[in-house]
Design a protein around this ligand. Structure first.
Ligand code: E4P
Length: 218
């Protein structure tokens, strides 16, 4: 399973990349706003940290402007994946960019039917939002299971399932068990994955015993 980092904070991406945990990055307009930085500048910098796909999202809602924005974003760096919303204009843009060889991440997916349309439009990635479904008392993981099953039924569909709106470690574990290709994780969730109380107590005990020996390795 590939791990993308869901942030526009360069320091987090750099640290996680050094640990080998970054296969790509996803951003959205809210994450760019949170970073307080110029979009083109931050996307170029992120693209220089990871060779994997870096999703940069269009903000227009009509086809012509969306396509122009998508081409602009694609030209920022060779590893940009253009992110478009799951609307009719978004799917037209997806098909046009895919025909030009640009990978497209279709975002704001909340149903299996939408995911099927995105695959037909040539999306490289479909981003179903599990956390936002859970927020409205609908099981986000059922959607992942449905999309994975549907895509498996049609091997000619090459779209990867990119689990988004991940809020906690169990989202990741469940998505991995279902065979989703990618999960995009906020840095905080990646750090939560590390944590286990038995790791902490075990390490404390080893260090206490080591201290008693009076030795040092170096
Ligand atoms: C990433 O592609 C999505 O934009 C992001 O995961 C949404 O997460 P949120 O629902 O926590 O805002």
């Amino acid at each position: 399973m590939k791990f993308f980092v869901d942030t526009a904070e360069v320091s987090d991406i750099r640290a996680l990349a050094e640990a080998g945990l970054v296969d790509g990055v996803t951003t959205n307009p809210s994450l760019i706003a949170k970073s307080g930085r110029n979009m083109a500048e931050v996307i170029r910098e992120i693209c220089s940290i990871t060779p994997g796909p870096v999703s940069a999202e269009v903000t227009a809602t009509d086809f012509d402007t969306m396509l122009a924005e998508g081409r602009y974003l694609r030209d920022l760096a060779p590893n940009v994946a253009v992110k478009v919303p799951l609307t009719e204009a978004g799917l037209r843009t997806c098909r046009a960019l895919a025909n030009e060889g640009t990978p497209v991440n279709v975002t704001l997916c909340f149903s299996a039917a939408q995911a099927l349309l995105a695959a037909k439009a040539g999306a490289a990635f479909i981003s179903p939002f599990v956390g936002r479904l859970d927020d409205i008392s609908t099981d986000g993981m059922t959607l992942i299971a449905d999309i994975v099953q549907i895509y498996r039924n049609y091997p000619q569909l090459k779209t990867e399932v990119l689990v988004a709106s991940v809020r906690h470690p169990m989202h990741l574990v469940q998505a991995a068990k279902l065979g989703a290709h990618v999960a995009t994780l906020p840095p905080g969730v990646i750090r939560q994955l590390l944590k286990h109380p038995l790791t902490d107590s075990g390490l404390a005990a080893f260090l206490a015993d080591w201290k008693k020996t009076g030795q040092s390795i170096l």
